[in-house]
Design a protein around this ligand. Structure first.
Ligand code: ATP
Ligand code: MG
Length: 468
């Protein structure tokens, strides 16, 4: 299309006053009308809202209008005029239409009646073009931006921790091995074990399950850091809350104790929810009306209140009392067990009716680096539990004492070989410090109201599924 008019994105255009010559580009969502006039709903992804294009049939060739089908891409130049019927203040009276790319209605998968989430996952390469995934992707972006803004405004340093690592120290989950060895001809040493000295890095390496240990190196140097990157867990948990590849935000702060850590976590998630309400209302309203009538109320409900802070031991008492009172859980609960999501949700949704921060867990169900309490039985961990999701954040104050850390490492029979660099933080100028990990997709489940974690990441990786 030969024109001197510059392209306007639809989000900006819908806020403009009528009267201007405009140029828009996007994909056709629907076309309706009659012999005289066609109404085309065009979307360019800048907003959930479409702009209505009004095309007088006599001004355009029949051939051209025939090619304006759902999914086709167009450039449209015309006059921005007041609209009566489109649900928007303005629409475009088309003067020139160019079909940039045709779209065969018989073959376009998004024409199908079947638009269940399950079906859309099988066409994850095209589902971003639906209203739902457009909304999810824009909210995902807004949350990523808000995370950087939150920490940047506080003076935190964004630290890039490695994705390939030799440390499985945390034991947070099963790891994906990274190797260039020929799997058909694996080199063995004299004892018959795999000879990793012949592997790319000269040792056994995997994809990281957490950037925390390296995060602590950053925090004990520049004070306050955060990571924000992909994380990999080869856990065979086919749940609506687990991915094999997910994104995690892990702040780590020198001189923070567990109270400071909880305060930061609470401020952080409230900030993100507020940011979504302030900046993503069109998309939230769409999701609220289409899937989840309680969504916006639920988002607002976490803002005005203080999260309940309760020890693990107290939570066990509450759950045991519930069982004694006749409540049925699928999994048993007693002091020393790790909570299942049904237990977490009982605490959040039935008992306290607000987000809960659980603290002071039995040391045997938590990682080696958590600060040990005086009682010798519990550690200063904290899990933030949210309605409908369960655990959204896991964190702790870290054990700062060299002696106690070393003692815990040997108690657990862990190999120190790959850990000396980590232990150095306690050897040289150790400080109290704390941190936590927020699962980005868990946050997005809460903010979007989507039911399944596979629907808040563009291309989900789960057991037996790495398509696209
Ligand atoms: P869960 O008990 O739900 O498996 P976890 O105890 O393994 O969680 P952490 O190791 O504390 O989780 O990780 C920190 C955060 O990362 C969790 O609070 C959660 O938000 C997120 N997370 C953990 N595993 C996954 C996963 N497989 N997919 C998506 N997010 C995850
Ligand atoms: Mg886990």
């Amino acid at each position: 299309m030969e024109t001197t008019v510059k392209r306007t994105k639809i989000k900006a255009l819908l806020a403009m006053a009528p009267g201007a010559q405009v140029l828009v580009k996007g994909w056709v969502r629907t076309k309706r009308g009659n012999k005289q006039v066609k109404f085309i709903a065009l979307n360019d992804g800048s907003t959930i809202n479409n702009v209505q294009i009004v095309a007088e049939a006599e001004q355009f060739s029949e051939e051209l209008l025939k090619n304006v089908t759902t999914g086709a891409s167009l450039a449209v130049r015309g006059l921005l005029v007041p609209s009566i019927g489109s649900g928007q203040a303005v629409e475009i009276k088309a003067e020139e239409i160019e079909v940039l790319g045709e779209c065969d209605p018989m073959r376009y998968p998004l024409q199908k009646k079947d638009t269940t989430m399950e079906y859309l996952r099988t066409i994850a390469h095209l589902r971003p073009r639906t209203n739902t995934f457009g909304a999810v992707l824009r909210i995902r972006h807004a949350m990523a931006f808000a995370i950087h803004k939150f920490f940047n405004d506080k003076g935190f340093v964004y630290l890039h921790t490695p994705l390939i690592t030799e440390s499985d120290a945390e034991g947070a989950g099963d790891m994906f091995q990274v190797t260039t060895l020929d799997l058909k001809n694996i080199p063995l040493d004299k004892k018959g074990n795999v000879d990793f000295s012949r592997d790319f890095f000269g040792k056994k390496t995997s994809l990281t399950v957490s950037g925390q240990l390296e995060g602590e190196l950053g925090a004990t140097a520049v004070g306050e850091i955060y990571t924000f990157g992909p994380t990999f867990r080869a856990e065979n948990s086919n749940t609506p809350r687990h991915l094999a590849e997910f994104w995690m935000i892990e702040p780590e702060m020198a001189f923070y104790d567990i109270q400071d850590n909880m305060d930061l976590a609470e401020e952080f998630v409230k900030y993100l929810v507020q940011y979504a309400l302030d900046n993503c209302m069109d998309d939230l309203q769409f999701l609220n009306s289409k899937y989840d009538e309680g969504l916006i109320d639920r988002l607002r409900s976490v803002l005005g209140i203080e999260f309940e802070r309760v020890t693990y031991t107290r939570a066990v008492e509450i759950l045991e009392a519930a069982v004694a009172g006749g409540h049925k859980f699928e999994f048993p609960v007693h002091w020393g067990t790790d909570f299942q999501s049904e237990h977490e949700r009982y605490l959040v949704e039935k008992f306290f009716n607000k987000p809960v921060i659980l603290t002071d867990f039995p040391k045997d169900i938590k990682a080696f680096y958590m600060k040990q309490n005086e009682d010798g039985r519990t550690v200063r961990g904290m899990d933030v539990l949210f309605p409908k999701i369960g655990e959204i954040i896991g964190g702790s104050e870290r054990e700062a004492s060299l002696e106690k850390l070393e003692q815990r490492i040997s108690e657990l029979g862990m190999s120190r070989k790959n850990l000396e660099w980590y232990i150095d933080t306690r050897r040289f100028g150790t400080v109290p410090h704390s941190g936590f990990g927020l699962g980005f997709e868990r946050l997005l489940l809460f903010v979007t109201g989507m039911q399944n974690i596979r629907d808040v990441i563009p291309f989900p990786r789960t057991p037996k599924n790495a398509e696209f």
